[in-house]
Write a protein that binds this ligand. Structure first.
Ligand SMILES: [Zn+2]
Length: 132
């Protein structure tokens, strides 16, 4: 009984935190897109730095097998690590902006955002996301 009451209070509290108007929701979507563009630009800059390094040192890299392996390993770490880092950063930004469903924890971004703007509810669980 007490546990149910706590759960209810948490759900009410999370609803109060996450409930927003349609304009706020759209604004948060735009902010999330802006964050995404910044992260992508940063990652692509690093990708370009790898490409630029391979041009002047290309001959040296090709001649030394261990340097070639080291370069490939560094590139793989950057590539895979970048994807993991971007995923974690996106999740953090979604939490910060409150565009994660308080009931089922689904990200309320991109394709799901259109249905939420139309219905005001989470597409997965039906939780009310938008007030009014
Ligand atoms: Zn949901």
């Amino acid at each position: 009984m007490v546990e149910n009451q706590k759960c209810h209070n948490y759900r009410t509290l999370s609803y109060l935190i996450f409930a927003m108007t349609k304009d706020e929701f759209i604004s948060r979507q735009e902010t999330m897109k802006h964050y995404g563009h910044k992260i992508a630009l940063l990652w692509l800059t690093g990708f370009g730095a790898f490409a630029l390094c391979s041009v002047p040192f290309g001959t040296y890299i090709k001649q030394n097998e261990w340097v070639q392996s080291l370069f490939a390993i560094c590139f793989l770490i950057y590539f895979v690590g970048g994807i993991v880092f971007i995923s974690l950063l996106n999740r953090r930004n979604q939490k910060k902006l409150g565009i994660i469903c308080p009931n089922c924890a689904k990200p309320l971004f991109r394709t799901s955002a259109k249905s939420i703007i139309a219905t005001g509810k989470c597409g997965r669980c039906g939780e009310k996301i938008i007030n009014g």
